[in-house]
Structures are given as structure tokens and as C-alpha cells.
Ligand binder design. Structure first.
Ligand code: EPU
Length: 292
């Protein structure tokens, strides 16, 4: 790709609030949405040549961007070839930029089970794999192979044995996930449908869907038999506000951007919650949401 063509896809001082589900965050010096691997590689080289830091996002659904924004290049993988999903036998290959709900729908149409536990998670496939998203099962349990790019533009394939997934983490940090292959199990379509319906109903009933948030703010504490949401609730923090940020009345592990909250408001509220839970329950809550 010629540099002039590359320049057509660069957006300067783009407000990142438009690219996060929180609807919060200052501008990126540059935001670019490549449509294929070649363009992505060009972008990496362009940024490296200018000593510009790079950050890759998907749908920005697990992200809190600071008010001052990001003085580097944000690469958003949501378009073109990064969205492609193909099914072949019991294997589904998905571009990193495909929305997770689309992947789950494709698996359901082919009567392939395993991913239905991820119902309701709004992120992209790349983001979900990077963070090993999940609930009943984690996405990493079903990954067979990953194609990723390093920060020098080199492509590497990770087979199952190369991959390590933990609670909300993977060993893919530092790479840009391009594509993931999932090996799934032939399952009765009716059973998949039933599980998806149950999970969607549970979420609708228990989570503030439709409000601007980044999903659960904190990880569930490992080794404790109690969820972060329950702990925060027991501390009486539902409805607690800092500026425009408020702890959801419906699910205490969600912070809502109610009235033009700033990133600073959200971070203050996060600290307040962490302090209170530590004092009352002696538990350290660790953030699940990434701060940029
Ligand atoms: N609970 C309360 N008060 C609250 C919230 C929850 O008492 O305000 C109690 C519930 O009654 C329940 C327990 O805490 O007994 C667990 O609640 P829930 O079933 O909602 O699950 P969770 O552990 O809070 C996890 C994931 C969610 C995922 C749901 C699916 C984490 C940190 N959270 O929540 O993921 O949607 O299960 O039910 O793993 C996310 O990752 O962004 C996320 C929201």
C-alpha cells in the first residue's frame, strides 16, 4: 500500500469516547481502521517509523480511556477481512474484528456447541481471546489455533500447545490477534438455543443492559467464594455516585456513565469502591476493565 493511501485511513484527534461502550475518553492522536493484514502491517511500520506508541482495540467494550486521551496510534480492528467468519466441519475460523455475538450465532446455525457460555459479552473475538473472556466456560478452552502479528509486523501462528490462558488473561499480550480458530462439538441446535436463551434472560434480569458501561469493572476475586458484585453490594455501595459515574443499582460490579461522566469520575469511584471493600471485607478488588 502506498503511503498516500495509508494516509486516507488515518483520523487525527479522534475522540475515543465514540469508540468505547462507556462513551468516555479523550482523543487519540491518530485512529486507524485497517481492512486487511497488509494495511495493518503498513500502520505498524508507519507508527514505528515515527516512534509512536500503538494500541489495538476492538469494540472498546472493556475499556476506560483517560480524559487526556492517547498520544499515539489507536488501531481499531472491526472492518473488512477482520470481520470474516467461516465454518468448515467442526472448526470455525473468525477474524479478530468479528463481534462475539456473530461468532456465537454462526456456531449455533451450524449446530456447533461450546461458545454459548459467552452469550451477551459484547466484545470482538480478538478482544475476547486476548482477555480469555467467559463465564460458564472461557473462550480459551475452545481455541485451536491463533494467527497473530507482533509489533514488528511479523506473523506468527500459535497452535494449542503454544497458548496459555488464565483467568481473564492469555500469553498473547504484546501481539495483535488477527484470526482465531475454534474447534467445537456437534450439539443439538435445540440445546444451544436453550442455553443462549437462559443466559440472555439472566443477563437481562441482573445487568444494566442498555446503559453506558464497560461491563464488570472488577474481576471476581479468585479463591474467595463470593463475587465482586456481591461484595460491593454488601458494602452498601449501589447507587454511589462520583460526578456522572454511578454504581449500578441492578448489578454492583457495573459502573454506569449516567450524565457525561469523565474518566476521572469513574477512576475516583473505582478507588472509593476498592477502599471500602478492602476496609469492610478485607478483599482486594482487581480491575477487569483496561485503562488507556
Ligand atoms: N450479586 C449480588 N449483588 C449484585 C450483583 C450480584 O448480590 O449487585 C450476587 C448474585 O445474586 C449472585 C452472585 O452475586 O449470587 C453472582 O452474580 P452474577 O450471576 O451476576 O455473576 P457475576 O459473577 O457477578 C459474572 C461475570 C459477568 C457475566 C456474568 C454472567 C465476572 C467478573 N463477571 O458476573 O461478566 O456477565 O457472570 O452471569 O466474571 C464481564 O466480564 O464484564 C461481566 C459482566
Amino acid at each position: 500500500m502506498k503511503n498516500s493511501k495509508l494516509k486516507n485511513i488515518l483520523r487525527y484527534d479522534e475522540p475515543l469516547a465514540r469508540h468505547t461502550t462507556f462513551g468516555i475518553g479523550g482523543p487519540a492522536k491518530i485512529l486507524a481502521e485497517p481492512q486487511d493484514v497488509e494495511a495493518l502491517k503498513e500502520l505498524i511500520h508507519y507508527a514505528a517509523g515515527r516512534r509512536m506508541k500503538v494500541c489495538v482495540i476492538g469494540s472498546g467494550s472493556n475499556l476506560l480511556v483517560r480524559d487526556r486521551g492517547y498520544r499515539g496510534m489507536v488501531i481499531k480492528l472491526r472492518r473488512g477481512k477482520f470481520q470474516k467468519i467461516t465454518v468448515s466441519g467442526d472448526v470455525i475460523a473468525s477474524g479478530a474484528g468479528a463481534p462475539l455475538p456473530k461468532l456465537i450465532a454462526a456456531a449455533r446455525r451450524s449446530s456447533l456447541g461450546g461458545l454459548e457460555g459467552l452469550t451477551g459479552i459484547p466484545g470482538t473475538v480478538g478482544g475476547a481471546v486476548m482477555m480469555n473472556a467467559g463465564y460458564k466456560s472461557s473462550i480459551g478452552d475452545h481455541v485451536d489455533c491463533i494467527r497473530a502479528m507482533d509489533m514488528k509486523g511479523r506473523i506468527r501462528t500459535f497452535v494449542k500447545d503454544d497458548l496459555k490462558f488464565g483467568y481473564r488473561r492469555s500469553n498473547l499480550e504484546g501481539y495483535i490477534i488477527l484470526e482465531a480458530e475454534f474447534r467445537l462439538e456437534k450439539t443439538k441446535a435445540g440445546n444451544i438455543e436453550r442455553d443462549i436463551k437462559e443466559l440472555s434472560a439472566h443477563r437481562k434480569q441482573t445487568q444494566p443492559i442498555g446503559s453506558r458501561s464497560a461491563g464488570c469493572i472488577f474481576k471476581n476475586p479468585q479463591g474467595e467464594n463470593i463475587s465482586a458484585g456481591r461484595l460491593i453490594d454488601l458494602c452498601g455501595l449501589k447507587g454511589r455516585k462520583v460526578g456522572g459515574a454511578v454504581v449500578s443499582d441492578k448489578h454492583a460490579n457495573f459502573i454506569i456513565n449516567s450524565e457525561f461522566a469523565s474518566s476521572k469520575d469513574v477512576l475516583h469511584l473505582i478507588k472509593l469502591v476498592q477502599r471500602r471493600v478492602k476496609k469492610r471485607m478485607n478483599v482486594d478488588l482487581e480491575m477487569e476493565v483496561k485503562v488507556l
